[in-house]
Design a protein around this ligand. Structure first.
Ligand code: IPM
Ligand code: SF4
Length: 461
């Protein structure tokens, strides 16, 4: 029977159990951050148990680190009490249990989903978990990667295994050429706008086809990152030569890349008959998308007006966002701009935004933050002079972390402000109490920063 790349990786990780019921799976890599790990460590401590495989566990601090432009390089310098406590707790736990930690101020620190691939930890064929929903990002490297809850974090820490019922296979076939300025982010937003936030429920979703093959690995990870916003358990992209080359020379990648490539080449989908469900998307029809409401499916392609109110949810979203149906996307006033996150905080994203901003100034009354996804992204960008482009435009060039993607720290978008954001969630209060988020691609957000409202990136060329 034909198998998908997901089936093949899954099969290799089953320790116990039959398909259709919970199966015990081996975990190759457990990524840990400060928000969802304290209970797990505490429980191990109470039961006098060690972490089963500290060598297959890697931790970083991201949600709670301050990202102010003046670097806060030590835990002692964190002023927010709760943030500081969470970071301190993870530091202690990693020390006590012998786990590698990329802590605040160190070279490897960054958003967990940015540093996994960047350090070569996220490799094809691996089964990767983390107590964080956007763990699906690592599927862009050809791995099985999914988010787990806090009690599951404890289970993985203690046993290096996890119980799961195997999801079904969905294929998303993407073909055709993207219009200039239209990006991976727009593909994700188009899929969610057209099929809803629940289309992927119960599925492992594989993205494939010529459009995906042409995308650089860093852009592919935007798509697997957003798979979760379509309800999928995980997103995956079959690894190819680009994936393999991306890993060359990375800190934890195999030394003998040629041997690894040969091994990784076993991970491919036999044919489309292996999918339980297929969605087809012609990428040439995708326009740049912008969200107007309070979930990622409340989005319109540029050129289309904001939709009529059909139900209470929409009414509530319009009220919260203080917008009216029938207006154009370009009529949404933009006060704030956020460029960063595990969706679009990689070097390629900052480059795309900088290209649009180069030589321009921020529109009057716009505040813009650029938050690199990791220390390395920040350094690479500085080496390329990208920080200067942003600073000259009037943006704040900040330290790496999750920052105002979810405002679980002092970085918040003020109440009432409309924020053009490269992130993945636009829920009520997501970027700060009362803040109004508009999701879009890095290029679209950068253009909005300069114009004070969204413009059609295809026409800027
Ligand atoms: C804090 C964490 C558990 C959460 C997640 O699971 O995704 C966060 O990263 C988010 O993006 O909402
Ligand atoms: S950047 Fe945002 S979406 Fe990603 S892990 Fe951090 S809070 Fe979650």
């Amino acid at each position: 029977m034909a198998e998908t790349v997901f089936d093949k990786i899954w099969r290799q990780h089953v320790i116990l159990g039959e398909e259709g019921e919970p199966q015990l799976l081996y975990v190759d890599l457990h990524l840990v951050h400060e928000v969802t790990s304290p209970q797990g460590f505490e429980s191990l401590r109470e039961n006098n148990r060690p972490v089963r495989r500290p060598d297959k566990t890697f931790a970083t601090v991201d949600h709670n680190v301050p990202t102010s432009p003046t670097p806060v390089n030590s835990v002692e310098a964190i002023t927010d009490r709760i943030s500081r406590l969470q970071v301190e707790t993870l530091q202690k736990n990693c020390r006590d249990f012998g786990i590698k930690l990329a802590t605040i101020g160190t070279q490897d620190q960054g958003i967990v989903h940015v540093i996994g691939p960047q350090l070569g930890l996220s490799q094809p064929g691996r089964l990767i978990v983390c107590g964080d929903s956007h763990t699906s990002t690592h599927g862009g490297m050809g791995a099985i990667a999914f988010g787990i809850g806090s009690s599951e974090v404890e289970h993985v820490l203690g046993t290096q295994t996890i119980w799961q019922v195997k999801p079904k296979n969905m294929g998303i076939r993407i073909h055709g050429e993207l219009a200039p300025g239209v990006t991976a982010k727009d593909i994700s937003m188009a899929l969610i706008a057209q099929h809803g936030t629940g289309f992927g429920v119960g599925y492992a979703v594989q993205f494939y086809g010529e459009t995906i093959e042409k995308l650089p690995v860093e852009n592919r990870m935007t798509i697997t990152n957003m798979a979760i916003e379509g309800g999928a358990k995980m997103g995956i992209i079959q690894p190819d030569e680009k994936t393999f080359e991306y890993l060359r020379g990375r800190k934890y990648a195999p030394q003998d890349l040629e041997a690894a490539k040969e091994y990784w080449s076993q991970y491919y989908t036999d044919d489309e008959s292996a999918f339980d469900e297929i969605i087809d998307l012609d990428a040439s029809t995708v326009a740049p998308y912008v969200t107007w409401g309070t979930n990622p499916s409340m989005a319109v392609p540029f050129g289309e007006k904001l939709p009529a109110i059909e139900d209470e949810n929409m009414q509530q979203a319009y009220d919260y966002m203080d917008l009216k149906p029938g207006i154009k996307v370009s009529e949404i006033p933009i006060d704030w701009v956020f460029i960063g996150s595990c969706t679009n905080g990689r070097l390629i994203d900052l480059q795309a935004a900088a290209e649009v901003m180069r030589g321009h100034k921020l529109a009057k009354n716009v505040t813009a933050w650029v938050v690199p996804g990791s220390r390395k992204v920040q350094q690479d960008a500085e080496r390329l002079g990208i920080d200067k482009v942003f600073k000259e435009a009037g943006c704040e060039w900040r330290d790496p972390g999750c920052s105002a993607c979810l405002a679980m720290n002092p970085d918040k978008v003020p109440a009432g402000m409309h924020c053009a954001s490269t992130t993945n969630r636009n829920f009520e209060g997501r970027q700060g109490p009362g803040a109004r988020t508009h999701l879009a691609s890095p290029a679209m957000v950068a253009a909005a920063a300069v114009h004070g409202h969204f413009v059609d990136i295809r026409e800027l060329g």
